[in-house]
Design a protein around this ligand. Sequence first.
Ligand SMILES: [Zn+2]
Length: 250
Amino acid sequence: MKAISLLSALALLLTAAIAGAAEVAKTKVLVITGGHGFEKEAFYSVYRENPDITFTTAEHANARTGASAYDRDDLLSFDVVVLYDMPKEITEAQKAKFLALFDKGIGLVVLHHALVSYQHWPEYERIIGGRYPEEDGKGGKVTEQVGYKHGEDVPVVVVAKDHFITAGLKDFTIHDEIYWGFRVSPDVTPLITTTHPKSGKPLAWTRTQGKSRIVYLQLGHDHTAFENPHYRTLVGKCIQWVGPNSGVPR
Ligand SMILES: [Zn+2]
C-alpha cells in the first residue's frame, strides 16, 4: 500500500513536471496592430487557437505618437514579435527600441500590410526584406505598377521544400488579397510564391537580422485567409521558426 502511494506520488510529480516543461516551452508572442483596420475576432483566433504560444496584444495609439507599441517596458521580454500593423510614423526613440529586438535575438514575423509601414524609413525595408512602395506615401492609390486587389483566388506554390516553415506543406489555393509592385531585397530566402499572373512574388521570405530571424508573409487580409488551415499552419510555423523552440540551429 505504502509502495503504491509512493509510486502514485511519483507519477503525479512526473506529470506535473512534464506539464511544467510544456508550459515553459510555449513561445511568448507580442502581436502588434494599429494603423490599418482588420477583422479582430477572426485574426486573433489564429493566435488564441495556437497551443504552442501565449500572446499579448498591443496597438499603436495613434498617428501622432507614432509606433507607440514599442514604448512598452516589457518589449524585450517576448520571444517573438508579430507585426500586423501599418503605422506611417516612428520616432527616433521608437526606432531604437525596434532595433533592440535584433540585439536580443527576438524573432520577427511581419504580416501582410506591415509591408507598407514607415515609407520614409529605409532601414525598415532593409530589415524586413521588402517594401510595398506607396506612390506618395499617403496610401491607397492603385496603379498598374503598384496596387492591391481583394478577393482573388491565389494559387500558392511552395518554393523552399526543405525549410522548417514550409517542409511538408503542399501547394494550395487561398482566397485572399494580392499586392503587386512590391520590392523584395536580394538577400532574402523565398519560401512560397504564386502563379497568379498579377500578384507580386514571392509571397513569403526569410532573412536574418543581428541575432534574430525574420519572416515576411504577404497572405492574410481577412477571415477567409485567417480560417484557411494552410494559412494557420504557415503563421504557426513562422512563429516557431523565428522563436527559440524550433530546434533548428541558428
Ligand atoms: Zn489587406
